[in-house]
Ligand binder design. Structure first.
Ligand SMILES: Nc1ncnc2c1ncn2[C@@H]1O[C@H](COP(=O)(O)OP(=O)(O)OP(=O)(O)O)[C@@H](O)[C@H]1O
Ligand SMILES: [Mg+2]
Length: 364
């Protein structure tokens, strides 16, 4: 179906020029379209609680089934309207996001926009998110074999390398974490929620005054300065990698020892030459030890304190798939955030209050 006819039957009619631009931008992407509210309402059983699959910083996600039987996920944005771009710009940004396609990225299928009501439509991912697979009961984690974990990491790295190095202008994801890695019916990973910041006005209160991202995954230099680069995503990817291989949360808490930061643990085990002890025990030795240890070293390279020491995503992909030299001399002490405390961008907070170099005194 053509964009023009769909838009005219919907609530929004952009100018002729905006239409021409959209059609031009979308020439390879005929499946992207405008949905009507009634279509989305009926697909999600009236946005019923039973259809709700999750809720995040941008809104609530519902599972739905279209009349043709296709499953979709509808994200109902709950951001205050003043923070979002005006309708025309919002649709233009969505249109350009819909053209970003890669087998490891979740596909944006369309939208519904009416004033402050904004709904995004994605392909539905049958196996939920990596967060669900890792953080749920032990049985969930047992479903993820070493091979599956390896494939997931390589897929995520490829999706990110595409956003960072092939899309023009490049896209920094900003919020790489386990809940933004969705798994399709074959457990193939798809990175979700890239480019959402583009839907917001510059200087919007939703993202710009606050560091976007999730503690545990947040690159220290980004948390401190608010200065966002691809290297901040690479830091988050490194944390995700360590999480997948170890099966441990990025920040853990127990009454006896207090808070544990995964990055710190991995560094301590690295220094003691005991990384193998951190490999997820549910894998039950069903993996090649050197390979899993090598992956953790790649994770450590990605979380280096100095962003210039982190590999580019395409290099991380080749490190993961080939036995390329890791140059272990480059692995030095990583850093991680110890306290989030409502970090505001551009306030020049003292870095020491927010992140710590992993302590050498407290090893093992
Ligand atoms: N396309 C999809 N298919 C299946 N489930 C999805 C889809 N998109 C999101 N979900 C589910 O909805 C949950 C909430 O997603 P949402 O993106 O709103 O929040 P989040 O990822 O936890 O946080 P953030 O807002 O920072 O991205 C996800 O964790 C996942 O379980
Ligand atoms: Mg998400």
């Amino acid at each position: 179906m053509k964009f023009r006819s769909l838009l005219s039957s919907c609530c929004y009619s952009p100018s002729q020029t905006a239409m021409e631009n959209s059609r031009h931008d979308r020439q390879d992407n005929e499946s992207f379209r405008v949905y009507s509210y009634s279509e989305l309402k009926s697909a999600t059983n009236g946005f019923s609680g039973a259809n709700k699959v999750g809720e995040g910083g941008f809104g609530t996600v519902y599972k739905g089934r279209l009349r043709d039987g296709r499953k979709i996920a509808v994200k109902v944005l709950s951001i205050e309207v003043e923070s979002m771009r005006g309708e025309r710009e919002f649709i233009a940004e969505l249109t350009s996001l819909s053209n970003i396609r890669h087998e490891n990225l979740v596909e944006l299928k369309g939208f519904y926009v009416d004033g402050s009501n904004r709904y995004l439509v994605y392909d539905y991912m049958e196996n939920n998110s990596l967060a669900y697979a890792l953080q749920g009961v032990r049985e969930n984690r047992m479903r993820l074999s070493w091979i599956a974990r390896k494939e997931i990491l390589i897929g995520v790295a490829r999706g990110l390398a595409y956003l960072h190095e092939e899309v023009e202008p490049h896209i920094v994801h900003r919020d790489i974490k386990a809940s933004n890695i969705l798994l399709d019916h074959n457990f193939k990973p798809k990175v979700a929620d890239f480019g959402l910041a583009k839907l917001l006005r510059e200087n919007s209160s939703h993202v710009s005054t606050r560091v976007a991202g999730t503690i545990g995954y947040l690159a220290p230099e980004y948390a401190v300065s608010g200065h966002l680069t691809r290297k901040s995503d690479i830091y988050s990817f490194g944390v995700l990698l360590l999480e997948i291989v170890s099966g441990r949360a990025t920040v853990d808490f127990d009454l006896e020892h207090g808070e544990h930061h995964l990055v710190q643990r991995v560094w301590e085990h690295y220094k003691a030459n005991e990384l193998v002890k951190l490999i997820d025990p549910v894998l039950d030795a069903d993996f090649r030890e050197e390979e899993a240890v090598r992956f953790m070293k790649i994770g450590l390279l990605c979380v280096q304190e100095n962003p210039t020491k982190r590999p580019r995503m395409s290099l991380a992909v080749s490190m993961l798939i080939k036995d390329t030299d890791l140059n272990e001399h480059n692995i030095s002490q990583p850093a991680h955030i110890i306290d989030f405390m409502d970090i505001k961008m551009g306030k020049g907070n003292s870095s020491t209050s927010f992140f710590s170099k992993v302590s050498t005194a407290n090893s093992m």
